[in-house]
Design a protein around this ligand. Structure first.
Ligand code: HDL
Ligand code: ZN
Length: 428
């Protein structure tokens, strides 16, 4: 038995990926146009609903939560400040009194740097002046170019009193902003939602009888048509159970799934949010919980002809979700959502997904609420995806499979929205 001495003969002589090929992979990952399949951005026609500019960046709820860790100001006094005062407090707290080491604070720096600004030198007043000189239309174009995003998918809710009037009077759509029908209140608060539907002219009553379910289907059909929705979406608490004798399960079985099947729409499920663990933080007050994914496995297994998009909020759910996707071709896994949109989790999840699913998933969405932040959300994720793909193509190269330009273009087209668009058209 030869003595063990360091790496094996083969390992030492294994060819590494040629530097030029590695460079090309990184460059293509950095610049392949992508469909951003879940955002909270809005078609510019929805006017002030589309948030942009430095004060919106700084008052993004991720930064509000982080800033409150270092300020003693009573929550209500913060909320009573003007937006510009809130932004100044966040700026001082997270960018002047500390280094922007978190993902969301680093994101502001990445974004400002990409826009040609120097936050350390310019300071907030000069940055504010720069944004005041931008025109929205040109800024949308610039952000999409810098982030290499070709299309956004919005999150559109018939239950949002600010948004609903725009859709009811209809408006000239910007084709770069597609829509998704968001129905959280319908499923998690049927008693309240049934009142909203009644006000909108749907003959529902709080008891979920057959008449109410057919009226809910009419509601879903009307809004899916109004929006030209690409999918129907809901985020659910960790304890969502299925099957179950619950309003949620009754509405899913009796209205949502029949509607989605009839219209060929995926049902997008986002497990794991624990709503308002700290209500004083308002939008920043939601937490996370490990979801019981057996409910999703039961739901998907019982509906092999329906399409499901799923992203889970808890890091602990990610491996189980990947294995589930191996069992069900009608499940498409997407994104590193919210609290998993950090390099540690993105790196872990993207590797795991490629190793278990190959390129049959969508690695990322921005979840952006402020137009500017699309820049950092995509630059940061593309950096990690580039690292992971260089390693995976290197592993293949070492065993004689060298990725070609055509392979790379095809694989990246799939990962940056192509698999998602194929899934939208799939019939199982
Ligand atoms: O439910 C969702 O779509 C989440 O993305 C929430 O909107 C959350 O507040 C968020 O913005 N996460 O990034
Ligand atoms: Zn979201």
């Amino acid at each position: 038995m030869p003595a063990c001495s360091g790496p094996s003969e083969a390992a030492v002589n294994e060819p590494a990926l040629p530097k030029e090929l590695e460079r090309k992979i990184r460059e293509r990952v950095a610049t392949t146009p992508t469909y951003d399949i879940h955002t909270h951005l809005y078609d510019p026609a929805l006017e002030s609903l589309l948030l942009w500019g430095i004060d919106e960046q700084l008052t993004y709820h991720y930064l509000v939560a982080e800033a409150f860790r270092s300020i003693e100001l009573p929550y209500e006094k913060y909320w009573a400040l003007k937006k510009s005062e809130q932004a100044e407090l966040v700026w001082r707290t997270l960018f002047e009194q500390r280094s922007p080491l978190s993902e969301a604070t680093r994101g502001v720096i990445t974004t400002l740097h990409a826009l040609g600004l120097d936050p350390k030198k310019d300071g907030l007043p000069k940055i504010r002046r720069w944004f005041s000189e931008q025109k929205l239309g040109a800024f949308v174009t610039r952000v999409m170019e810098l982030a290499h995003v070709h299309t956004f998918c919005m999150t559109n809710s018939p239950f949002d009193p600010e948004e609903r009037p725009f859709w009811e009077k209809s408006f000239q759509r910007d084709p770069l902003f597609t829509a998704a029908l968001r129905i959280d209140p319908l499923l998690i608060d049927w008693q309240g939602a049934s009142k909203t539907l009644t006000e909108q002219g749907y003959a529902v009553n709080p008891t979920l009888d057959q008449k109410s379910l057919s009226e809910v289907r009419r509601f879903l059909a009307d809004w899916s048509k109004k929006l030209n929705a690409k999918y129907v979406m809901v985020s659910l608490e960790p304890d969502f159970a299925y099957p179950a004798k619950s309003d949620i399960a009754t509405l899913i079985d009796g209205a949502v799934l029949p509607h989605c099947l009839e219209h060929g729409l995926p049902f997008a499920l986002m497990p794991g949010v624990v709503r308002q663990v700290n209500p004083a933080l308002r939008l920043a007050g939601d937490g996370v919980g490990r979801a019981d994914l057996s409910a999703y496995q039961n739901l998907i297994a019982a509906h092999p002809h329906h399409k499901f998009l799923v992203t889970a909020l808890a890091r602990e759910n990610q491996h189980e979700l990947c294995v589930m996707a191996r069992k069900f071709r009608n499940l498409h896994v997407f994104g590193c959502w919210w609290f998993t949109n950090i390099p540690t989790a993105i790196n872990d999840m993207t590797r795991m997904r490629l190793e278990l699913l190959g390129p049959s998933f969508t690695p990322q969405h921005s979840d952006a609420r402020v137009l500017d932040q699309v820049i950092y959300k995509w630059r940061h994720s593309r950096q990690i995806l580039g690292d992971v793909l260089v390693e995976k193509y290197s592993d293949l190269f070492r065993v004689g499979w060298a990725v070609t330009d055509a392979d790379l273009e095809r694989d990246l087209r799939q990962l940056f929205g192509g698999s998602f668009e194929t899934f939208l058209l799939a019939n199982f």
